[in-house]
Design a protein around this ligand. Sequence first.
Ligand code: ADP
Ligand code: MG
Length: 239
Amino acid sequence: MATSIHLDKITKTYGQLPVIHGIDLQIDPGEFTVFVGPSGCGKSTLLRMIAGLEEISGGELRIDGQRMNEVPASKRGIAMVFQSYALYPHMSVYKNLAFGLETAGTRKDEIRRRVDAAADILQIGPLLQRKPKALSGGQRQRVAIGRAIVREPKIFLFDEPLSNLDAELRVQMRVEIARLHQQLGNTMIYVTHDQVEAMTMADKIVVLKEGRIMQVGRPLDLYNHPANRFVAGFLGSPK
Ligand code: ADP
Ligand code: MG
């Protein structure tokens, strides 16, 4: 059921400015992959190209072996989670979760089933009638994740979803997202500039710098055998 993602010489140019310089990457079905690197290295651009929110300038993107470059975002089977402030403030939690499905014409009883299932997974059942402003930061983030779950996507993409939360809550939400991955088993890509998040959450880390991959591997392999000074410095490897 889980899905593979293949990036083949992917590039991105904004106007005249190249920002992604030929990315080759294989993501295996069910893997939790973390893109990590400093601000401006191209993490969001890469994720948005995979999601179909940004045009791919060159190279090929394949999902389960199928070319995706020209496939619209809504047909890629991908859901993306942003920071929690992307909730609709005037809608209840239930409505926030249901809205995208309603727009897509999903039947009412099917919407109810999916919202209840997501609420169950995220333990937000008692909050369904509240408005976002009556939620804590962690609860809002759960709702944001819930909006992705109800779409029953093949692939989940997370773009720095925890960067608005305080340190304690970030740790808690990391554990919850890891649990979500275990429970659902989907292929997931998680973007962060936080080395600790990358080290603790990833099956596979992709270290990026200035639109290029510096190294790909399992967290401990990268930490113990960094390919260069940049990776060593970034992951805090011992000298
Ligand atoms: P990250 O998510 O790693 O912080 P981004 O993918 O947002 O990095 O940005 C990568 C580079 O592309 C940066 O130099 C940024 O300024 C540039 N960039 C991002 N979006 C645009 C855009 N819409 N137009 C022009 N340049 C952009
Ligand atoms: Mg970004």
